[in-house]
Design a protein around this ligand. Structure first.
Ligand code: PEP
Length: 255
């Protein structure tokens, strides 16, 4: 498959870190370091930071994302944020289905599907996270799990809408653990996701779909992961909190 058909996306997932002043400061630090990036650069920040981050990133190549959105447009959903409110604020990206949401907040494949639908309807770009647990890999059912998660999340998504979805393959055992999938392990799953996209939407759509790897990607291992034919960028947790480390990963897409 032709990698040049896809522009890599390097996205930071700041998780529950940085207050608005710290968010603005980190964006300021990042600006000069990533200004010549050949990939898309995204920082997914806590809701409370969105305003400050958008302001700090104005006029730059840094795009801002949220880390979740609700499936309903409004209503009695205490603590949740609808996709349209993010759009109104000027947020272009949202992460959906992160494994920490699945693990700690009862996110299921069907709520991931519904949140994805709402985000697309609001005009947001989605970073859709899928990935197997350690026990699932040990039982040799990674392919089945990842195919099911991806297929359900994409239920009802048209080929046109798929252009606004980045898929992040994130093996749960590699997130925040310092354990990284080998480039071959990561590429194998990214390829099977691409093959699923080809089954569902055809080869042309599969060739265009950006599929990231995420799971302890850092400035040291990014080069070899990003060199793999089916890895089109990364979703970065820990290393996205340090401007130099995140910028080094952005630079590693240039190879
Ligand atoms: C993530 O939060 O999506 C992630 C990949 O985290 P880390 O890079 O810290 O493993």
């Amino acid at each position: 498959m032709n990698k040049s058909l896809r522009k890599p996306v390097i996205a930071g997932n700041w998780k529950m870190n940085n207050n608005p002043a710290q968010a603005a400061a980190l964006i300021e630090q990042l600006k000069p370091l990533v200004k010549d990036a050949s990939c898309e650069v995204v920082a997914c920040v806590p809701y409370i930071d969105l305003h400050a981050a958008l302001k700090a990133a104005e006029g730059t190549n840094i795009q801002i994302g949220a880390q979740n959105c609700h499936w309903a447009a409004s209503g009695a959903f205490t603590g949740e944020i609808p996709a349209a409110m993010l759009k109104e604020l000027g947020v272009p990206y949202v992460i959906i289905g992160h494994s920490e949401r699945r693990q700690y907040f009862g996110e299921t494949d069907l709520t991931v599907r519904d949140r994805t639908r709402a985000a697309l309807d609001a005009g947001l770009k989605v970073i859709l996270c899928v990935g197997e647990l350690k026990e699932q890999r040990l039982r040799n059912i990674t392919a089945e799990v990842v195919r099911m998660q991806t297929k359900l999340a994409l239920e009802g998504v048209t080929e046109k809408e798929l252009e606004n979805i980045v898929i992040a393959y994130e093996p749960v055992w590699a997130i925040g653990t310092g354990l990284t999938a080998t480039p071959e392990q990561a590429n194998e799953v990214n390829l099977l996701i691409r093959q699923l996209i080809a089954e569902l939407y055809g080869k042309a759509a599969a060739d265009k779909t950006v599929i990231q790897y995420g799971g302890s990607m850092n400035e040291k291992n990014a080069g070899e992961l990003l060199a793999m034919p089916d890895i089109d960028g990364g979703l970065i947790g820990g290393a996205s909190l340090a401007a130099e480390k995140f910028a080094a990963i952005v630079t590693a897409t240039k190879q």
